[in-house]
Each structure stands twice: as C-alpha cells, then as structure tokens.
Ligand binder design. Structure first.
Ligand SMILES: Nc1ncnc2c1ncn2[C@@H]1O[C@H](COP(=O)(O)OP(=O)(O)OP(=O)(O)O)[C@@H](O)[C@H]1O
Ligand SMILES: [Mg+2]
Length: 330
C-alpha cells in the first residue's frame, strides 16, 4: 500500500506557483527524499501533506486520508519536524514533550511512557530537565525528532533534519532516521539540499526544481544515468563558453553546462572524448585556455538536473523574508 499519494498537487501564492502539479507516491515503510535547491517547493509540499496549508488544486492523501477533507485523521497519523525550531526555549525538554503529548490528547500514563522512550531513543534523557535554551543545535534537532515521534506516527516528515549540524551530529541523526525507518517501520519523507544525505539514507529520491519533479528514482539509478567524469574547460570569454556549449550540443554531448567562461561536460569516460573535445573547439575557432578532468560527484547529478543558477525567483524578497520568519517562529 502507499503511505502517500499526490495527484497534480499544486500550490500558488499570489499567482506564483511554488508547487506545480506534483504526482508522487511513497510506499509504506519507504524512506523517501525530496531533494532540491532553495525555493524548489520542498517545504511547501510538506506543509500541504502535513495539513498546515491547503493545496490550490490537485489532491494528496496520507495514510489513506485526504489532506483537506480528512485533515484530523492525517494529523493523527503523522509526525512533523519543521525546518525551523518550534520548541519553546523557556521550557525544559521534558516540558516541551509533555505539552506536545497533551496537545495530542495522550493520557498521562501513556504520555510518560512515550516520553521516556523517545528521550531514550535520541539519548537526551539526562538533559530532559534542562531548559531548551541551554541545548546545542544538535540536541535541539534531536529533541524535535523525539517530539515528532511521541504519538507513534505512521508517517514522519523531516524538513531539513540536519541543516547546520556538524558532521558527527549529522551521522548520529542519520542513524536515528534509519533506525526509525527500519526498526519501527515508520514511513519517512525528508527534504534536503545534500545529495550525499539523500544518497546515504533514501530508498528513492525525487529531485525537485521550480515546483516540479525533474527526476525520481533510486540513488543508484540516478547515479548510473550519469557519467563518470567531468571535463572542465576554461575559455577566453563567456561568449566563447556559450558558443562552444552550443557546438558540443550539436555534436551530441548530452550533459553540458556553463558558468562565466567555463564549460562543464559530463561524460562516461574522459579519455575517449578529450581528443574530440579539443578538435571540435579548434574547428570552431575557439581557444581553450585550460582543461581539468575530475571524477563526477553526487553534486554533479543534482546540478545536472537543476542547473547552476542561484535560486532567486522568489515572489518578492519581503514576502519571502516574512514567510521565513513565520516558519522560524511557528
Ligand atoms: N507563504 C508564502 N508566501 C509567498 N511565497 C511563498 C510562501 N511559501 C513559499 N513561498 C514561495 O514558494 C517557493 C517555494 O518555497 P519553499 O519554502 O517550499 O522552498 P524549499 O524548497 O523548501 O526551499 P529551502 O530549501 O530554501 O527551504 C519559494 O519561491 C517561496 O518564496
Ligand atoms: Mg524548505
């Protein structure tokens, strides 16, 4: 059975389409990643699925319930860890969890049992009586994950679970996420900018850009589609870079991108194409200043699907800042 299904789910803000007719289905027990650059629409999609906002059109179901018409049932079935911290810093870890348990109507004895369990899971039992304002960033994230698990959710949404954490804490959180998925059978949807994180954790990854799914597959398949080497050519001018990339496209190279006076070519085996790369440039009268070849990384896959441009296609800066502040405060 599917834990999540969306059918053409769409969200627009004042005419700006943040999520554009997305169709995905996430299987029960799956660890599913939404990978995309800033502003791609990941949080908006999660907000719709967790019933925080309504879709403009299209539908979504979570655990078999419609996110608009049966939002109470959806909420009972999910846990959410938001992108910004939503803990009350003036309360202790214990009090934060207790409050959450009360909001979810857990009776006192069950509440205590679950709090002990989830604090133990994220190794925070010894800190539970301290105010959250004394916690480190990693501890805050762990407490938030613990809170998201209080009511035994079937589906857990994690929005950027490891953003801003040090490598050790990230590894730690990855371990929890995998254990929750494998030992407790919780379906998990997480968002990330880190290809490495998505690769490490997820059964399948949807790469999202400009509100749309641009690729969806297992990490292995996504990587195999893509070649093994990247050839980086520096030219005299950015005009030359654009011209040469057009020439290469006509010559049948599939994956090319440019940035200023640099051309990036992704190829299966560089040793087989370098001579042709040079002769093609020569024939077109374009001078190559220098060339570097390196093994392609996971980030190249991400760039391949989403391009090199910085994402600034926001509605307007002020609206966006307000929204970011709101999500931080929520
Ligand atoms: N409440 C809102 N009002 C106006 N615009 C919004 C609102 N929420 C989201 N947007 C816009 O929708 C787009 C998608 O935003 P979203 O937060 O979903 O992106 P994201 O993929 O989560 O990005 P990030 O990686 O930065 O968290 C952005 O362009 C953003 O400006
Ligand atoms: Mg986001």
């Amino acid at each position: 059975m599917n834990a999540i299904v969306t059918d053409q789910i769409t969200k627009s803000f004042n005419g700006f389409i943040a999520v554009n007719k997305i169709n995905i289905s996430v299987k029960e027990g799956e660890l599913f990643g939404l990978l995309g650059p800033n502003g791609a629409g990941k949080t908006t999609l999660i907000n719709m699925l967790s019933t925080m906002i309504h879709p403009t059109s299209g539908t979504g179901t979570v655990n078999g319930f419609d996110v608009v018409h049966d939002s109470a049932s959806v909420r009972a079935a999910i846990g959410v860890v938001f992108q910004g911290s939503t803990l009350d810093e003036q309360l202790t870890g214990w009090e934060n969890l207790d409050l959450h348990g009360r909001l979810y109507g857990l009776p006192a004895s069950l509440r205590k049992k679950r709090m002990d369990e989830v604090l133990d899971l994220v190794e925070l039992s010894h800190k539970s009586k301290l105010l959250v304002k004394t916690y480190s960033g990693g501890m805050i994230r762990r407490l938030e994950i613990a809170r998201g698990l209080m009511h035994h959710p079937k589906v857990l949404f994690l929005d950027e679970p490891t953003l801003g954490l040090d490598p050790q804490t990230r590894l730690h959180i990855w371990e929890y996420i995998r254990r929750l998925n494998q030992e407790e059978g919780i379906t998990i949807v997480l968002t990330t900018h880190y290809m490495e994180e998505a690769d490490h954790l997820c059964d399948r990854i949807a790469i999202i850009d400009n509100g749309q799914v641009v690729a969806l597959d297992t990490p292995e398949k996504l990587k195999s589609v893509f070649g093994g080497d990247v050839i980086i050519l520096t030219l005299d001018t950015s005009e030359d870079a654009k011209k040469l990339s057009r020439v290469y496209k006509e010559a049948g190279y599939a994956s090319i991108s440019t940035e200023d006076q640099t051309v990036y070519l992704s190829v299966k085996k560089s040793e087989e194409v370098v001579p042709k790369v040079f002769s093609t440039a020569f024939t077109s009268g374009i001078n190559i200043q220098s060339m570097t070849v390196r093994k392609s990384t996971l980030d190249d896959i991400f760039i391949h699907y989403t391009g090199r441009g910085i994402r600034d296609n926001l509605v307007d800066d002020i609206t966006y800042m307000k929204y970011k502040l709101q999500t931080k405060r929520r």
